[in-house]
Design a protein around this ligand. Structure first.
Ligand code: SF4
Length: 98
């Protein structure tokens, strides 16, 4: 039996976040917000309002902070009626404006 439509995974937000993660994986081996020298997560301040280290060695696929950041970007665009980026490269520099 096929699963019903309109599950959470089918939401436009989840689809867009998945698209961005796929796009990011093509462009980045490691998280672009991972400071390799200090191990700091440069997104943590934006997403969680605190400074902290990455405990994932920069592996962003499945990272809750990376995902939350993309959800924030989604909200930023949709609340303003802006067209959502189709490429992660257009999002990468927005870590500090959402
Ligand atoms: S915690 Fe997540 S968002 Fe932060 S640097 Fe590590 S992989 Fe990237």
């Amino acid at each position: 039996m096929s699963r019903p439509p309109n599950t959470v995974e089918d939401s436009p937000e989840k689809k867009w976040v998945a698209l961005m993660i796929k796009s990011a994986k093509k462009q980045h081996k490691l998280c672009p917000y991972f400071d390799k020298k200090t191990f700091q997560c440069l997104l943590m301040a934006t997403v969680e309002g605190r400074v902290g280290k990455c405990n994932r060695d920069g592996k962003f696929d499945g990272c809750p902070i990376f995902t939350k950041f993309l959800e924030k970007v989604y909200g930023y665009y949709t609340e303003r009626g802006k067209t959502l980026p189709k490429d992660f490269q257009d999002v990468v520099s927005q870590a500090f404006i959402v």
